[in-house]
Design a protein around this ligand. Structure first.
Ligand code: PRP
Length: 180
């Protein structure tokens, strides 16, 4: 079966929403000297655009988490594969994620970062796949709510492919998996 690909978010829609989020975050975090923590790998493009939409510079750090289980379904068991490197106790943290699906990754990382004693911890995600949620996570800033479909581009991958597309697409793999 052939792979079908459908445009979901074009460059203009992404740029407009990132600019809006940047303006909102600039208002909310002015004077707080926040640290933006990106979740690798998917959030690297969103984070890069978001920090350049702010009205002041911020510090940036990264975490990476992996879920056990293959394919497009998370098994819900998350482990940390790269921790933050900055001292974050007493800092105002914004966790930046590309997509929230079942919610397992953010639930895990939220607990992990809260244990470091930040002054505050909020979450900003580009895409909320709300209908797929298995565990509730409070999302403070949401770019888009997108129903079903396997999404690629603007940081989102399919077996490490298609991550660098500048738009977001839904792919129908025709039964194939994304395993590289
Ligand atoms: C994706 C995405 C989120 C997570 C969401 O990461 O970037 O981090 O899955 O799923 P969940 O809400 O069901 O936990 P992935 O594990 O594909 O790694 P990547 O960002 O390196 O591509």
């Amino acid at each position: 079966m052939e792979t079908a690909i459908r445009l979901i978010l074009d460059r203009e829609a992404l740029a407009r929403r990132v600019a809006e989020l940047g303006a909102q975050l600039s208002r909310d975090y002015r004077g707080l000297e926040p640290v933006f923590v990106g979740i690798l790998k998917g959030a690297f493009i969103f984070l890069a655009d978001l920090v350049r939409a702010l009205e002041f510079p911020v510090e940036v750090d990264f975490v990476r988490a992996a879920s056990y289980g293959a394919g497009t379904e998370s098994a819900g068991v998350i482990r940390l594969t790269k921790d933050v490197e900055l001292p974050l106790a007493g800092r105002h943290l914004l966790l930046v994620e590309d997509i929230v699906d079942a919610g397992y990754t953010l639930d895990f990382l939220r607990r992990h970062l809260n244990a470091l004693g930040p002054a505050s911890l909020k979450i900003c995600c580009l895409i909320d796949k709300r209908e797929r949620r298995r565990v509730e996570v409070p999302l403070d800033y949401v770019g888009f709510v997108v129903p079903g479909g396997f999404l690629v581009g603007y940081g989102l991958d399919c077996g490490e492919k298609l991550r660098t597309l500048p738009e977001v697409y839904a792919v129908d793999m025709g039964g194939e998996s994304c395993t590289p």
